[in-house]
Design a protein around this ligand. Structure first.
Ligand code: RAM
Length: 356
């Protein structure tokens, strides 16, 4: 118990992620009454406000946690949450869902984009209809949203993952990346930073041989991991910046008995990765709390709908148990940052695997 408390406390200090410890914090001062005071909302003025979220695709436990956090926030505020995700992680499938939500006259749509640009016409149509649009986790371009909810600093994620795998492989050798889809904004941004980090001459003996795409589908990620091992027999390390990819790679490396021969790191859910961290297949990995990403998005969606923010730099939102966050610049658009990523290894994974 003491250990759990210490872990939680450390995590709170490091990440300011209060709800990561699973605690039901009572200092929820984002008053639903205040939120309901001005209705800048779209059509459904009379009934309960509807807040939608569209994740990348179904069958991803990370996505389920993110949507769970969004729902929690929206229900705390007294509104209705609509959770959606297509079977396949494509922009086309998300566009169909956006059109349905426009017809349903929802008040807000929170997008986890399968493409940075392809959703623009549909999301602009939604905004013209009075719907407040934001993105989270995987951004849509600045014209397609009012603000983006970013889980953590992309530069830090990309650079840290390269530093991690290089340490694991002892400073030299071939490495590969097993990503989600080739259009995923979040993974592509992290990969850009990984490549920038690799430009440092200190990595002259490290070679990135391939970026493979498992599309955040379990089976495809498994076969892409197998293909990497086959095509690159000297491969020494895999970075999977996706929870689906890293779990698939963990299984493949375990099944093939490659512990210690091919190293694995990336971004993983503690609940799915505990066995591979405990066995040493994946010495350590990183993530943030996906529930908190969704929860923050829920409070920001409400602030956009009730008109207390517009999504411009300097706007402030008090997000329930997470506390206050400020809107900052993000290229041509704006964003709100959740916090720092958290490192999971053999020393702390046991405490975290039941949390998310
Ligand atoms: C997968 C998804 C998600 C990403 C995590 C790390 O679950 O691609 O968008 O943030 O991995």
């Amino acid at each position: 118990m003491k250990k759990i408390l210490i872990t939680c406390l450390t995590a709170v200090l490091l990440m300011t992620l209060v709800s990561a410890c699973g605690g039901k914090n009572s200092n929820n001062d984002a008053s639903p009454a205040a939120s309901k005071s001005s209705d800048a909302g779209s059509a459904d003025a009379g009934g309960k406000k509807k807040f939608a979220i569209i994740f990348k695709n179904t069958g991803n436990p990370y996505g389920e946690k993110e949507m769970e956090g969004y729902k929690k926030a929206i229900e705390e505020l007294g509104y209705e949450a609509i959770l959606k995700a297509p079977d396949q992680p494509t922009a086309e499938a998300q566009i169909t869902m956006i059109d349905e939500l426009i017809s349903q006259k929802v008040n807000a749509i929170a997008m986890v984009g399968n493409d940075p640009d392809a959703l623009q016409p549909a999301l602009e149509k939604a905004m013209k209809a009075g719907i407040k649009v934001l993105s989270l986790d995987s951004a849509v371009n600045a014209k397609s949203r009012l603000v983006h909810i970013n889980q953590a600093d992309p530069e830090r994620i990309g650079r840290t993952l390269i530093q991690g795998v290089v340490e694991m492989i002892g400073g030299s050798g071939e490495i590969a990346i097993l990503s989600a889809t080739s259009q995923a904004t979040n993974q592509n941004l992290w990969i850009e930073w990984m490549k920038k980090e690799l430009e440092d001459p200190k990595y002259k003996d490290v070679k990135l041989v391939k970026v493979a795409y498992g599309d955040d589908l379990r089976d495809k990620s498994v076969s892409e991991a197998e293909a990497l091992l086959k095509s690159y027999p000297n491969l020494k390390g895999i970075i999977a910046p996706t929870t689906v990819g890293i779990a698939a790679a963990g299984k493949v490396l375990t099944d093939k008995g490659l512990k210690g021969k091919v190293q694995l790191t990336g971004l993983g859910l503690p609940s799915e990765m505990a066995e591979y961290i405990e066995s040493g297949i994946c010495p350590w990995m990183y993530l943030w709390n996906p529930i908190d990403v969704g929860y923050l998005a829920g409070y920001v969606a409400d602030a956009l709908v009730n008109g207390s923010i517009t999504g411009k730099v300097g706007d402030k939102v008090t997000a329930g148990t997470i506390g206050e966050r400020e809107v900052i610049q993000d290229g041509e658009g704006t964003q709100i940052m959740l916090g720092d990523p958290f490192k999971f290894d053999a020393s702390n994974i046991a405490e975290w695997k039941s949390v998310y």
